[in-house]
Write a protein that binds this ligand. Structure first.
Ligand code: FDA
Length: 302
């Protein structure tokens, strides 16, 4: 299991495969979890979700950006996606990774790009979530976020329960809209819990602290044990349903997604789209090796 996870995390970081995959179109079963490579197919998926009472957070996929040109191109695509959300009146916000818009090129340049995105989104009253990447990007991401929240109220980020420091970060972000997740990257034991049990118990601890803070909370998990405990906790503490939402990834546990929305919980699905699908897909395979069946089936049916 550990080996499989390491294997797919390593594949997700392979830049030759990452750039090769852009030319392939969606392959290896990725179309089950990626909503197409262009804005039109993404919008079609979002409209279907909206029809079921589910909102979307849209990720215009992109990683391994090491030049200004690529970062500016990514920013242009994100701005075009914001326009499309506005024009089509769909219920959706956006998720952005800072490495996509130049964090590895120059943090100051990245901040400027993010400001432009936040400004455009604010004009349309659209929220922007800054996704959290691996540990080496955590502090630079939080530095940019802390600057942005002084200027905008439509920007938030993600807290990863596998990190020891997350409880302290939560305290510094009480009023900011946050998504809470277990954490998707492979981190060392000096900074992060390693066992599923420790991660789950820290996750529940952080969720319970957070649900009593003023900021809006997105609980992003496919784990029904966690979801059931959250439902029990909010009932017990009379936490209003408009203080939080559940989130899952596109294509995962779709029946449970609909069921939770029907039960009256606010529900948002993370909808990734674009040509740069490979790294995202490999991380999903690393998390849930059962998904390899998707990849294998699509090979066999070719
Ligand atoms: P986990 O994978 O631990 O599964 C727990 C249990 O849930 C399983 O044992 C099984 O019983 C059940 N289960 C899980 N998936 C199932 C399925 N497909 N079908 C049936 N049962 C299933 N990470 C990060 O580092 N930065 C980020 O910005 C984000 N953003 C983000 C947004 C959204 C909307 C989601 C849902 C997730 C993220 N993540 C993330 C990823 C997150 O950190 C984590 O890696 C994955 O969600 C996997 O952990 P889970 O909590 O879903 O359960």
């Amino acid at each position: 299991m550990g080996l499989t996870k390491d294997f797919f995390i390593a594949l997700s970081k392979n830049q030759v495969l990452n750039s090769g995959a852009k030319k392939w179109g969606l392959k290896l079963g990725a179309s089950k979890v990626v909503a197409g490579t262009d804005i039109d197919s993404m919008l079609k998926s979002v409209k279907e979700l909206n029809a079921d009472g589910i909102s979307a957070t849209i990720d215009n996929l992109g990683e391994f950006v090491y030049s200004r040109e690529e970062a500016l191109e990514a920013k242009k695509n994100i701005l075009a996606t914001l326009e499309a959300i506005q024009q089509h009146g769909v219920s959706a916000h956006m998720s952005v990774k800072l490495t996509q818009i130049g964090l590895d090129v120059d943090p100051g340049f990245c901040l400027e790009n993010m400001r432009e995105i936040a400004e455009a989104a604010a004009r349309y009253a659209i929220f922007i979530n800054i996704d959290m990447e691996d540990y080496s990007h955590l502090q630079p991401t939080l530095d940019i976020l802390h600057t942005l929240v002084k200027e905008f109220d439509n920007v938030g980020t993600v807290i990863q329960a596998y990190l020891y420091r997350s409880e302290k970060d939560l305290e510094l972000l009480k009023t900011v809209r946050l998504r809470l997740v277990k954490g998707a990257y492979k981190e060392i034991s000096e900074v992060s819990y390693q066992s599923a049990q420790d991660i789950d118990s820290n996750y529940l601890k952080l969720i319970k602290i957070r649900l009593q803070q003023p900021g809006f909370t997105s609980i992003a998990t496919h784990d029904h044990v966690i979801i059931d405990e959250v439902k029990r906790f909010v009932k017990e503490h009379n936490i209003p349903l408009d203080r939080f939402e559940f989130q899952m990834l596109y294509g995962f546990r779709t029946e449970l997604q609909k069921q939770l929305a029907q039960e009256g919980y606010t529900f948002t699905v993370y909808v990734p789209f674009g040509e740069d699908w490979y790294g995202y897909y490999m991380r999903r395979l690393a998390e849930r090796p059962q998904n390899i069946n998707l990849a294998l089936k699509s090979f066999v049916s070719k």
